[in-house]
Design a protein around this ligand. Structure first.
Ligand SMILES: [Zn+2]
Length: 242
């Protein structure tokens, strides 16, 4: 697999990031979203759950946690330069690539008409490095299915046209973040600090912000860059749909 450096520059157009949990977009692709937003891209996030299981606090309820985490995600997105976050409010930890989820993602694709869709890898495991989170796998699978062929073909979920007047839409490019087999490297040297700032909004999820910042700087370091000019990167598996 070729691992090419990015070739495009300038405005990438309309972008829809589709993820499972609040904090996924910032964690998996925050440097790239910040970079694209600075270049003038119009970015929306679609988050399938509101992360309502992500707390060890015995006094926390799922309803309250969902509200707090939606608020954290809106602040994080704003820090990246992303203007809109849509929540589907599926149950955290129980996401499955159902037709219902595919329909809901398809609807937002037809509504927002993105040139680029960013999502997670639907693979079950990452070589011998670990097991993929079932929610991450589910959102990746449902999103790819929504992009192709569902959103493209009119008779799929015809109620979108009938009830809301939404037209079909062809997505140009899919970027898979956290990919097993990345094919594209994006230079995020100029935007990694903004990514770290956005992650600071996720107070319920990150207990040690300094350690998080250090981890992000370490994880994003291009091992081939000279120590005096450290280069930060994010990598994606890219599928061209045109
Ligand atoms: Zn997640």
């Amino acid at each position: 697999m070729i691992d090419a450096d990015e070739t495009q520059s300038g405005n990438i157009g309309r972008v829809l990031g589709v993820f499972a949990h609040p904090d996924d977009p910032e964690f998996f692709a925050g440097g790239t979203f910040a970079k694209w937003a600075a270049d003038g891209a119009e970015i929306s996030f679609l988050i399938a759950t509101s992360g309502d299981k992500g707390s060890a606090d015995p006094d926390m309820t799922q309803e309250r946690l969902a509200q707090i985490r939606e608020d954290e995600e809106r602040k994080a997105a704003a820090a990246l330069g992303v203007k809109e976050v849509i929540f589907l409010r599926y149950k955290d930890g129980e996401l499955f690539p159902t037709l219902e989820l595919r329909r809901d993602i398809t609807r937002v694709i037809r509504l927002k008409k993105p040139d680029v869709v960013v999502t997670l890898d639907p693979t079950r495991w990452f070589g011998s490095r670990g097991i993929n989170h079932p929610d991450h796998r589910a959102i990746g699978a449902a999103t790819l299915e929504a992009v192709f062929p569902t959103a493209r073909d009119r008779l799929n979920f015809i109620e979108h046209e009938r009830d809301e007047g939404l037209e079909t839409h062809k997505v140009g490019t899919v970027y898979i973040a956290g990919a097993v087999e990345p094919t594209l490297t994006i230079d995020v040297t100029a935007s990694v600090e903004r990514q770290i700032e956005s992650l600071r909004a996720h107070k319920t999820q990150i207990s040690d912000m300094d350690k998080m910042a250090e981890n992000i700087r370490k994880r994003s370091l291009d091992p081939n860059s000279p120590p005096e000019y450290p280069r930060r990167i994010e990598r994606f598996h890219v599928i061209n749909m045109r």
